[in-house]
Design a protein around this ligand. Structure first.
Ligand code: IPM
Ligand code: MG
Length: 373
């Protein structure tokens, strides 16, 4: 197990020694490059402040990689990721592929290949509320004030990767296959329980065991593993019920663990209850280098306008310091700076409260100034 991976299992590592950080920067498509500049500037300012040496190198992924090199996750990008200590990733996706179901190569394939080739079997999406944003939530304040849970989504299995996948010869029948192995389910469940031990000691395992065979494997293995963590309460929930509970009673969750497709859907739902999709970071961890990325997409309508919210990327950099390098103080300072920028009203239009709105670059610069002080 790599040093990286061990950090993941012991979420709180307090000794942040000065060292050299080798980071791969993959801005991707759409607003990716704009938000990434801010993520990188913040990373640089933290390194300056704490005396770390920062080495970084850019790589291409997504539609821009298809345009430049003919494939969405080129070998050179993979090699760069493999030799780096962490990857900071922006977003991928381009409308020219979304409306063309016949396209042979798609940007999203790059993201899936990156996850698979780096062995990133767990995607961790913390859902927390920001007091200054509560008024933006579609839910009533009393429902979400204080909500704080963590979604752990299995990321390299299930229907995203199961084979066979395709179409019948006449083109009129299509199929995907949901496959899970014991090993895949066990490793993500252990991760979920380890997180729960460091949080509020509750795991909610979300499945569709009343219908799906793969879900019944998840449920069986959870029943086997739960007794190994007697201090953690285990709750079983069908995914349709979970979708409802996330909006009805988000404070009832602590660690929510689920398979790939359910996790994809539930985390988008969970993200908006905090006020904006533009706020939530994520960490994808596993066998090789970990990847840190905002959970939002490439937001093509905003591309080049300098209006995209850079906070999810900046908060992803905070997760990177904490998870990949065990540098808790550095991560905390980024979070503090982000909260301060929101309290000061230095925000992009998606989270502004009727007052003045700021550009992507202005928000990033304010945060860098705060950190450098
Ligand atoms: C996500 C995204 C991706 C996914 C897409 C872009 C392939 O929605 O990271 O949640 O479905 O995993
Ligand atoms: Mg998604």
């Amino acid at each position: 197990m790599s040093e990286n991976n061990q950090n993941v299992y012991t979420v709180c590592i307090s000794n942040s020694k000065v060292r050299t950080l080798n980071i791969a920067i993959l801005p991707g498509d759409g607003i990716g490059p704009e938000i990434m500049v801010q993520g990188l500037n913040v990373t640089r300012s933290i390194c300056n402040k704490f005396g770390h040496k920062l080495n970084y190198q850019f790589g291409t992924v997504g539609a821009c990689a298809i345009d430049a090199l003919g494939e969405p996750y080129p070998k050179v990008t993979h090699e760069l990721c493999m030799k780096s200590d962490a990857v900071l990733f922006g977003a991928i996706g381009d409308p020219k592929y979304d409306n063309n179901p016949a396209a042979k190569v798609r940007p999203e394939q790059g993201l899936l290949k990156m996850r698979k080739d780096l062995g990133l079997y767990a995607n961790i999406r913390p859902v927390t509320t920001f007091p200054s944003l509560i008024h933006k939530s579609p839910l009533r304040a009393e429902l979400i004030d204080g909500a704080d849970f963590m979604c752990i989504r299995e990321l390299t299995g299930g229907i995203y990767f199961g084979r066979p996948q395709g179409r019948s010869e006449d083109g009129n029948t299509a199929y995907d296959t949901c496959v899970y192995t014991r090993e895949e389910v066990e490793r993500i469940l252990h991760l979920a329980y380890k997180y729960a031990l460091q949080r509020n000691k509750k795991v909610t395992m979300v499945d569709k065991a009343n219908v799906l065979a793969s879900s019944r494997l998840w449920r069986q293995i959870t029943q086997e593993i739960a007794p190994l963590y007697p201090d953690v309460e285990t709750e079983y929930m069908f995914v349709d019920n979970a979708a409802m509970r996330i909006i009805q009673w988000p404070k009832s969750f602590d660690v929510l663990v689920t398979e790939n497709l359910f996790g994809d859907i539930l985390t988008d739902e969970a993200s908006v209850i905090t006020g904006s999709l533009g706020m939530l970071p994520s960490a994808s961890i596993g066998i090789h280098t970990s990847v840190f990325e905002p959970i939002h997409g490439s937001y093509p309508q905003a591309t080049g306008k300098n209006i995209a919210n850079p906070l999810a990327t900046i908060l992803s950099a905070a997760l990177m310091f904490e998870y990949a390098f065990g540098m808790m103080e550095e991560g905390a300072l980024i979070r503090q700076a982000v909260t301060a920028s929101m309290d000061a009203g230095i925000v992009t239009e998606d989270i502004a409260d009727g007052g003045r709105t700021y550009k992507t670059t202005e928000v990033g610069e304010w945060i860098v100034d705060y950190i450098s002080k």
